[in-house]
Design a protein around this ligand. Structure first.
Ligand code: NAD
Ligand code: DAU
Length: 339
């Protein structure tokens, strides 16, 4: 089996590469990644010498390069993680989100049609369901809910999902889509809530909580996400969407307080800042389908996962300090000063 993993130098893609090399040592894994600000070769360092792994630097929206790679490698399965993934950046500059997330997906699927694959798997997000009200804890996202979107990021992911389904119906491309809730774990870029708060807390810097901090996210440890995708690409039904989430809802304020408590820093570091434009209130996944059809359940509970994650950031300071010492400084200044 030969699998193309796009976006494998990013957070979830890299964790998926590690997971697959471990779970299927006989598989060949090729990673295609453009190494944007979010891609990091240091992350892939541990597998660069593995003969079952190949890294290719390239853009998923570059048709010529993608077709050449498919011609060379003859993939059995394609798992598309490559994306611009940060909501706040999409509010600043939507254009690149449309190019990578929509046109990049189209180019990959055109290559799949041309060269043939057993499966094209699109790594989607629960953000395509919009949001749920805070006062209706009985409501959850199910796969049959209509697609809607609040940010340019979620609109681009929703458009990609629609295109994936259209390629299935029109061209018979064997597709699956997964829609996962918020991931956390090792190697997450420190622009996202959990690693940003860990890094700031360790440096005794203010922890910028948007709005009132009441917004709720449904947190899943990244390895549980990787295992779900492995199940879907092998056992999932073609043409189907699978939601992935583990009923682990927490308000942002709760998450930030847990981090502060675990690193032994005071809550006085919490600073309420201006809200995100169009800020989604609550995400909550109903994972019944993937549980009933594929037997998936999360294995890492939040109390363990957040401890492991904090320990990882403590033990791998050079990984994230290299990131935050570079152009990240300008990003942080632009997004957070006078907010
Ligand atoms: P990330 O930002 O950490 O990584 C994205 C990777 O894609 C980077 O390595 C980057 O270099 C690469 N990339 C960007 N543009 C590219 C292009 N044009 N060609 C090739 N590579 C390109 O993102 P992540 O958090 O790991 O998310 C991965 C996927 O999972 C995304 O599709 C995202 O929408 C989805 N997702 C993320 C979460 C989450 O909580 N992080 C939850 C559900 C779904
Ligand atoms: O739900 C899945 C999505 O989860 C993925 O599709 C996205 O790629 C991923 O980035 C994530 O999106 P969110 O916008 O939910 O994640 P983020 O870490 O940016 O923010 C989580 C919550 O924390 C959100 O309510 C905004 C808030 N927040 C975030 C940052 C960075 C703050 O209060 N302060 C911050 O500094």
């Amino acid at each position: 089996m030969k699998i193309l993993v796009t976006g494998g130098a990013g957070f979830i893609g890299a964790n998926f590469v590690f997971y697959m090399l471990d779970a299927h040592p006989d598989y060949d894994i090729v990673c295609l990644d453009a190494l944007t600000y979010a891609g990091n070769m240091e992350t892939l360092e541990p597998v660069m010498d593995n003969p079952k792994f190949r890294f290719v630097k390239g853009d998923v929206a570059d048709r010529e390069a993608v077709f050449k790679l498919f011609e060379e490698e003859k993939f059995d399965i394609v798992v598309n993680f490559a994306a611009e993934s940060h909501v706040d950046r999409s509010i600043e500059d939507p254009g690149i989100f449309l190019r990578t997330n929509i046109l990049g997906t189209q180019v990959l699927m055109d290559a799949c049609n041309e060269y043939g694959v057993e499966r094209f798997h699109q790594v989607g997000t629960d953000e395509v369901y919009g949001d749920l009200p805070l006062d209706r804890p009985d409501l959850f996202f199910t796969e049959d809910m209509p697609i809607t979107a609040s940010s340019p990021y979620s609109a681009s992911k929703a458009a990609a999902d629609l295109l994936v389904m259209a390629y299935h119906r029109t061209f018979g491309l064997p597709v699956t889509i997964s829609r996962c809730s918020n991931n956390y774990g090792p190697y997450q870029f420190p622009e996202k809530l959990i690693p940003l708060m860990i890094a700031n807390a360790l440096a005794d810097k203010e922890l910028p909580v948007y709005g009132t901090g009441e917004n709720v996210r449904d947190w899943l440890y990244v390895e549980d996400h990787c295992r779900a995708i492995d199940l879907i690409i092998h056992k999932g039904k073609v043409g189907e969407v699978y939601n992935i989430g583990g009923h682990n809802e927490k308000s942002n304020l709760e998450v930030v307080k847990i981090i502060l408590q675990q690193v032994g820093k005071p809550e006085s570091l919490i600073t309420f800042v201006g809200d995100r434009k169009g800020h989604d209130l609550r995400y909550a996944i109903d994972p019944t389908k993937i549980h009933n059809e594929l037997g998936w359940l999360p294995t890492t509970m939040f109390a363990d996962g957040i401890r492991q994650t904090i320990d990882w950031y403590l033990e791998n300071e050079s990984w994230w300090k290299n990131i935050i010492s570079g152009e990240y400084q300008q990003y942080y200044e632009k997004m957070y000063s006078n907010r």
